[in-house]
Design a protein around this ligand. Structure first.
Ligand code: HGY
Length: 410
């Protein structure tokens, strides 16, 4: 199997072509889950799956599957290669890499006459990014039984839309029950989205664990008043209270003894007028740590700070949980297989933790799972400057192919 290799030109051509789909009037890539832009990417992926001769299936939460099976192996649990093709707002083009590399691995194995003992499936999970509908990794979470499909379909987005209605509108409210294929194993290839591999000059990451994630929406209610006539001591300023909370989060994470990270990525003031003291501030908090106990400590510290802030700033504060995922450890056997394949192909490889959330953390609930990373230039992601060199993209896809072939060989 060592002579099995992917068609790098075809893979990179697919990545670049998909990267041209779903751009807004400003040229930003915005294939946000279940939007018209997402449909453009979905339709193109389905066309490629069909051209590759795969059976295409869509489940009720819109997860897309390309299935390579034959009469000799159809009764076996499949090897699943997956990720997502939805994007954040103004994204880079490499988030879809794992899906397209999974398709490329299947196409190359078929062209090489490889006869797997079990089906090989490529999966594109709905709403991995969680930008429009929370939580993130929603499609794979539903698939793994961690969220009821009806509850997920009823999710109201940041734009007031309802996920289930949007999936129907774009034609991806599929018939299959989530979980209809129970994977024998799951492998996800993804760009690292961080600086480690590039900084160390290493070609591949064998990802052995993934950090915990806590998402909250915080609403601070103050009192609107005149910016010019209201003395500072008489204000209930929701904006200033939000600012104090943001600085608290940043300072505490920076001082953490563990790799805690804290991000306030969205904020909105009401009435949002230059000469009106904000009556309301609504913002989201993204807290992460590889250690579950430490993540809990950070959540508790924020809750305590907000209780004190409500008194000191004379405001009321409410919080709403949007997502909470404990850290995940991947399957050691598959991690070792990734390392073996990398080293057998003379690629440098190191074990590492994923800072980003991925569908693999959800599928790990129902099947042995692991991930492969390739370097991100300057560690940049969720940014149009995101880039991974062609040689790294090809290397990752070749290792994905090798791992898939080994897992499907018996
Ligand atoms: O939030 C994450 O880590 C992922 O990109 N959804």
């Amino acid at each position: 199997m060592s002579n099995l290799t992917i068609n790098a030109d075809r893979l990179i051509g697919h990545i670049e072509e998909l990267g041209r789909l779903g751009r807004d009037g400003q040229g930003r890539l915005v294939r946000v889950a279940a939007s018209d832009m997402d449909r453009l990417g979905r339709d193109r992926l389905v066309a490629w799956l069909q051209e590759a001769g795969l059976d295409v299936a869509v489940d009720r939460i819109g997860n897309i599957f390309g299935i390579w099976k034959d009469d000799t192996n159809a009764g076996q649990a499949p090897v699943m290669l997956g990720s997502h093709i939805d994007t954040v707002i103004d994204a880079g083009i490499y988030g879809c890499y794992g899906v397209l590399a999974g398709l490329e691995a299947i196409e190359s194995l078929k062209e090489a006459g490889f006869a797997p003992a079990r089906p090989i499936v490529v999966a594109a999970f709905t709403n991995e990014e969680g930008v429009r509908y929370a939580p993130d990794m929603m499609g794979s979470l539903v698939y793994a039984g961690g969220l009821d499909v009806e509850e997920a379909l009823a999710t109201v987005g940041t734009d007031g839309s309802v996920l289930g209605k949007e999936l129907e509108r774009i034609g991806y409210a599929g018939p299959h029950e989530p979980g209809f294929l129970e994977p024998h194993a799951y492998v996800e290839l993804h760009v690292e989205q961080g600086p480690v591999l590039e900084r160390e000059g290493i070609a591949l990451g064998a990802v052995e664990n993934l950090q915990g994630i806590s998402w909250q929406r915080i609403t601070i209610e103050g009192v609107a008043n005149h910016a010019g006539t209201t003395p500072m001591a008489m204000r209930s300023d929701a904006g200033v209270a939000a600012a104090r909370a943001i600085v608290f989060l940043a300072d505490r994470a920076a001082a953490s003894p563990t790799p805690t990270v804290a991000t306030v990525g969205t904020i909105a003031f009401e009435p949002n007028a230059i000469d009106v003291i904000p009556s309301r501030a609504t913002f989201t908090v993204d807290l992460r740590d590889p250690d579950e106990a430490r993540l809990g400590e950070e959540e508790a510290a924020l809750a305590a700070f907000l209780r004190g802030l409500a008194t000191s700033a004379n405001v009321s504060i409410r919080t709403e949980r949007l997502a909470r995922f404990a850290p995940v450890t991947f399957d050691p056997r598959i991690v070792s297989l990734i390392e073996d394949c990398a080293l057998a192909n003379s690629f440098s490889c190191r074990r590492m933790t994923s800072g980003a959330g991925h569908d693999a953390q959800m599928i790990a609930r129902v099947a042995p799972s692991a991930m492969i990373f390739v370097p991100s230039r300057d560690g940049i992601s969720h940014n149009p400057a995101e880039f991974t060199a062609a040689g790294h993209l090809a290397a990752g896809a070749n290792i994905l192919l090798g791992v898939a072939a080994r897992l499907a060989a018996d």
